[in-house]
Design a protein around this ligand. Structure first.
Ligand code: URA
Length: 215
């Protein structure tokens, strides 16, 4: 039976950046830059099991054995809109990853997630997929996104989130309790709870608004 793996990245540099990110006085340009830096640190942990293949290289001194990223390359899937703010930080670490987009919106009243746009490879069989979504709140969006990738054949899925609420983690664990495929959640912090509006407490507010302004 499947078990969702949760990895809370605990590093003082990450905690520092996260604390500034949470501060309501942090403006959008700083918020965007910090988000990229945080994602690069999270991605470093999240890609620990990325597929590699052995190769031989010739240094100026001798032949040696090394490893390079395997093909097909991993697929990075930012969830629009807020996940877009995480893309640059991820591709800085894996510049050759393919990028697919998934547009999901959650109804503010029912908190149900639905897909409004997608641009992804038709067949994700055998591809390692990295979902980018800054806030794991109710879990609705992430569950819908994982199911969407499953439908396209993906079986190895890692979600990278900046913050997670216990309710969201529990919902994802419940939704995929009987799934064989490995699912990993890598997050910068596990917060206290959700409030009645579905916001993470203490959280950082609306990630999309803080990245891109209220539109
Ligand atoms: N989405 C956000 O942007 N913030 C939250 O706190 C919860 C969901």
């Amino acid at each position: 039976m499947g078990k969702v793996k949760i990895h809370v990245v605990d590093h003082p540099l990450l905690t520092h950046k996260l604390t500034v990110l949470r501060d309501e006085r942090t403006d959008s340009p700083t918020f965007r830059r910090l988000t990229e830096e945080i994602v690069t640190l999270l991605a470093y942990e999240a890609t620990r099991d990325v597929h590699v293949v052995p190769v031989t290289v010739k240094t100026p001194v001798a032949m040696t054995e090394g490893k390079v990223l395997a093909k097909p390359r991993p697929v990075v899937v930012p969830i629009l809109r807020a996940g877009l703010g995480m893309l640059e930080g991820m591709t800085r670490l894996i510049p050759t990853a393919e990028v697919g987009f998934l547009g999901m919106v959650r109804d503010e009243v029912t908190l149900q997630a639905s897909t409004y746009a997608n641009r992804l490879p038709e067949d994700l069989t055998g591809r390692q997929c990295y979902i980018l979504d800054p806030m794991l709140a109710t879990g609705g969006t992430l569950i819908a996104a994982i199911n969407y990738l499953f439908e396209k054949g993906a079986r190895d899925i890692t979600a990278i989130t900046i913050l997670a609420a216990p309710e969201g983690i529990a919902a994802v664990e419940k939704a995929f309790a009987h799934t064989e495929a490995p699912i990993t959640i890598v997050t910068g912090a596990l917060d206290e709870k959700l409030n009645e509006h579905g916001y993470i407490v203490p959280g950082l507010g609306d990630a999309g608004d803080r990245l891109y302004g209220v539109v």
